[in-house]
Design a protein around this ligand. Structure first.
Ligand SMILES: NC(=O)c1ccc[n+]([C@@H]2O[C@H](COP(=O)([O-])OP(=O)(O)OC[C@H]3O[C@@H](n4cnc5c(N)ncnc54)[C@H](O)[C@@H]3O)[C@@H](O)[C@H]2O)c1
Ligand SMILES: O=c1ccn([C@@H]2O[C@H](COP(=O)(O)OP(=O)(O)O[C@H]3O[C@H](CO)[C@@H](O)[C@H](O)[C@H]3O)[C@@H](O)[C@H]2O)c(=O)[nH]1
Length: 438
């Protein structure tokens, strides 16, 4: 099939490469010319394990092409798959202006029947709105059909998630368009769920919100465990042994970040409000997550006030919202740094993907130092905070680390380490919900 993928970000690029591997002819289109130039050369503009090599091999098939000419991409392809961003507005609602701009482009270039597949995460009602908006613009609602096809990949595992999805959700009204989309994914071994637009849209938000709920739930249990002198890591292990609960998404820590959970949770709360429905659980999930990074850093503050002279020097391990990505969007590590900057003389950050200091603008930029090695970041520090559980941090020699620090204190924001190992290396170990209340 001939498919145009509109938007070449994390989702669009992965989708374009995977659809090529399914023997389709794919044109990936993006308005960002710099991005397109890189992708044409097989250079990924973001970090995503395995996707770089896969992209090159797909370009070599000759069936994958990148372009900044969205009009031509729309003209040349029967299926238009949209994967543009849907960021949060200040009030928490989803900003659909990129989607609307794609609709405007399609309206100017459509001459024959198209199947428009919305892969971007969009609030309930958006597929219906898109269909009406485009139909009115071109004055002919029969020139196209709209299909909701939400994406469930995780950053850091995008390629494998898309090659082997747990499920493929197809929402729509037109049987003809549903059949075409089914054929696109035909050779994939995946559970297929065909439904209407609204249900498909809500499956996406409900899935993300449920996973976010598991995380905030275990973070709340961690706060209780801390008062009770219990260990949340063991609690999660015990809970996870029950197959009805499952062991995933029960890691307590400084909270969830990224371009999806925080924004989708806020958007679902906003949708509920618009519809006049309750969202008490979702609001609690959002509240716990919003307060989680400061809950951790306050714990460190209390200890440092007792043992170290202000202003402090703090080392930060990891700035991305999770390992195996360079994405810092809504990273709780950034909230941790911002919360501490006022009290600190210097914050020394190390992250395997940091290229420049300016990826995130800091309020007191002169206080932030980007380091190349862990030792450099720890040198003279009053404390170190593990914010992102990158694999490479699991190999730190804590005995040596302690010798470089002014005060050997570790706040383990991801409960990554064994408290006994760290303490026996001469470090003071703080975590959340692991039996010690400072
Ligand atoms: N990142 C994820 O892990 C993930 C997973 C599942 C779903 N999603 C959803 O998928 C959507 C895309 O997410 P992303 O992370 O890939 O976003 P992204 O910001 O990485 O990429 C979006 C791309 O769309 C391009 N774009 C914007 N307007 C355009 C237009 N009019 N025409 C062509 N290109 C245009 C941008 O230049 C950008 O390259 C969002 O709705 C997101 O919620 C993301
Ligand atoms: O037990 C856990 C698991 C995750 N996290 C945090 O949760 C966030 C999100 O992690 P993850 O879900 O692995 O990454 P995303 O790439 O944001 O993927 C989510 O968001 C995507 C965008 O909608 C969906 O497609 C995916 O299915 C969904 O998992 C990160 O900050 C993690 O550190 C925890 O704190 N504890």
């Amino acid at each position: 099939m001939k498919i145009a993928v509109i938007g070449s970000g994390y989702v669009g690029t992965t989708t374009a490469a995977v659809l090529t591997s399914l023997h389709h002819h794919v044109t990936a289109a993006d308005i960002d010319i710099t991005k397109v130039k890189k992708l044409k050369q097989g250079i990924l503009p973001f970090v995503e394990p395995g996707l770089d090599k896969f992209l090159i091999s797909m370009l070599e098939t000759g069936r994958l092409n990148f372009t900044a000419d969205i009009y031509q991409a729309v003209k040349d392809n029967q299926v238009l798959l949209i994967a543009v961003g849907t960021p949060s507005r200040a009030d928490g609602t989803a900003d659909l202006r990129f989607l609307q701009s794609v609709a405007d482009t399609i309206a100017c270039s459509i001459h024959e029947y198209k199947v428009i597949v919305i892969k971007s995460t969009v609030p309930v009602g958006t597929n219906r709105w898109f269909s009406d908006y485009l139909g009115n613009k071109i004055g002919n609602p029969h020139m196209f059909d709209v299909i909701s096809n939400p994406e469930f990949l995780r950053e850091g595992n995008a390629l494998q998630d898309m090659l082997h999805p747990d499920r493929t959700v197809i929402g729509g009204k037109s049987q003809k368009a549903i059949q075409i989309v089914k054929e696109i994914y035909e050779s994939m071994q995946s559970n297929l769920l065909v439904t209407d637009w609204e249900t498909a849209e809500l499956i996406k938000y409900a899935s993300n919100s449920f996973l976010a709920t598991k995380i905030s739930f275990i973070n709340e249990i961690a706060r209780i465990a801390e008062h009770a002198g219990a260990d949340v890591v063991e609690i999660a292990r015990g809970m996870g042994m029950d197959s009805r609960i499952g062991s995933e998404f029960l890691r307590a820590g400084i909270g969830f970040g990224g371009s999806c959970f925080p924004k989708d949770l806020k958007a679902l709360i906003a949708t509920a409000k618009e519809l006049g429905a309750d969202s008490k659980i979702l609001e609690a999930v959002e509240y716990i997550n919003r307060t989680q990074p400061n809950f951790y850093t306050e714990k460190l503050n209390r200890l440092l006030q007792k043992i170290a002279k202000r202003p402090w020097k703090i080392a930060i391990l990891g700035l991305t919202f999770k390992p195996d990505t360079d994405d810092q969007r809504e990273s709780p590590a950034i909230q941790v740094v911002n919360h501490l900057l006022e009290e600190c003389e210097e914050i020394r950050i190390i992250d395997p993907t940091i290229q420049t200091r300016n990826q995130t603008p800091w309020p007191h930029e002169q206080k932030v130092t980007i380091c190349r090695t862990t030792t450099e970041s720890l040198s003279g520090a009053d404390a170190v905070i593990l914010c992102t559980d990158w694999e490479q941090f699991s190999n730190i020699d804590w005995k040596e680390a302690a010798s470089h620090m002014r005060h050997p204190v570790l706040l383990d924001g991801r409960n990554m380490f064994d408290p006994d190992d760290i303490r026996s290396a001469g470090m003071r170990y703080l975590a959340l919900g692991r039996g010690e209340f400072e």
